[in-house]
Design a protein around this ligand. Structure first.
Ligand SMILES: *[C@@H]1O[C@H](CO)[C@@H](O)[C@H](O)[C@H]1NC(C)=O
Length: 299
């Protein structure tokens, strides 16, 4: 009790970047398994499939390639996720700082939600073009036709062909996806942290399992409300020019062609990964923040 709860956006930035790296360390193996299962060739009759399921894929990958086999291709997402989480926690810290009048007084739930939403706006600046490029590259490899040689080539071509608007295509959907879900993400985390703290103790002494639990649930809730706009966004960003007349048209077309369950495509893979990844993210964040606080208390 009585600890100084002053927030430092700068420390949040550094600790958030570390949290982002932890998110990938925990989440990437599941992503590798997901992609290997998604892309394994169909067995023709009389042949065995390579992997019978997630666990089988895990076992075979580790026994053939070692643990590092699960971490293949992590460089590119690491270069994106760590800065993204740094900006995210920075925005969250800034939002809290702007609304905090007295360091001894905790923020209200609304203020925490708004701080998380502000952070969602900040990340949109890098996430919207990042997702546009990522989605275009992801669908081109599954359709077999190679239009772009890599992320940079894709960015340059979009820019040359139709200008910055094309690079930022899907920004409104990114905002719809990330602003409220990010508010809920941080609110869930802070709320659960308080809820799990025994009476009379300080939140800053919360045990590791409880931090992991709060972070994991925050990640699941984020995805639960972010997934429907995410599905729409991926469709919009990868559609041929002029296919949709607007955002509502994307929704209408999806509901007509696939029904409401189309909004929760890829549900299992995503949820399996959200818990451990976000548990690790918040845990990494808290550990790094504690270190920074003891190294540079005045910042
Ligand atoms: C929240 O969910 C969206 C999903 O669409 C995802 O892009 C974003 O990275 C998630 N945020 C966090 C902090 O996990």
């Amino acid at each position: 009790m009585g600890t100084d709860e002053r927030v430092s956006p700068l420390k949040n930035f550094v600790a958030g970047g570390f949290g982002g790296a932890c998110l990938l360390l925990a989440g990437h193996p599941l992503d590798t398994i997901k992609v290997r299962l998604q892309t394994q060739p169909k067995a023709s009759c009389g042949q065995y499939v390579l992997y019978t399921g997630a666990y089988d894929c895990f076992r075979k990958t580790v026994s053939k390639e070692g643990i590092l086999g699960l971490y293949k291709g992590m460089g590119a997402p690491l270069a994106g996720v760590a800065p993204m989480m740094a900006i995210n926690f920075f925005g969250f810290g800034l939002g809290k700082q702007l609304q905090q009048t007295d360091p001894g007084k905790p923020l209200t739930n609304t203020q925490i939600f708004l701080s998380g939403s502000l952070a969602g706006f900040f990340t949109t600046v890098v996430v919207a073009p990042g997702d546009r490029i990522k989605c275009l590259l992801q669908v081109q490899s599954s359709s077999g036709e190679l239009k772009y040689t890599g992320p940079l080539d894709c960015a340059v071509r979009l820019y040359k062909q139709q200008g910055i608007r094309s690079v930022y295509k899907g920004t409104v959907l990114t905002i719809i996806r990330d602003v409220p879900s990010n508010g809920l993400y941080f609110l869930t985390y802070e709320y659960l942290k308080n809820f799990l703290t025994p009476n009379g103790q300080s939140v800053s002494q919360l045990s590791t399992p409880n931090i992991l639990l709060a972070g994991g649930i925050a990640g699941i809730l984020n995805w639960t409300i972010a997934l429907p706009p995410d599905v729409l966004k991926s469709k919009f960003q990868t559609a041929a020019e002029g296919k949709y007349r607007g955002l509502l048209d994307v929704l209408r077309t999806l509901l007509r062609e696939e029904g409401p369950k189309g909004l929760y495509k890829g549900f299992n893979a995503v949820f399996l990964r959200a818990f451990p990844a976000n548990a690790a993210c918040f845990f990494g964040f808290e550990v790094a923040l504690k270190q920074l606080n003891s190294l540079a208390p005045g910042w």
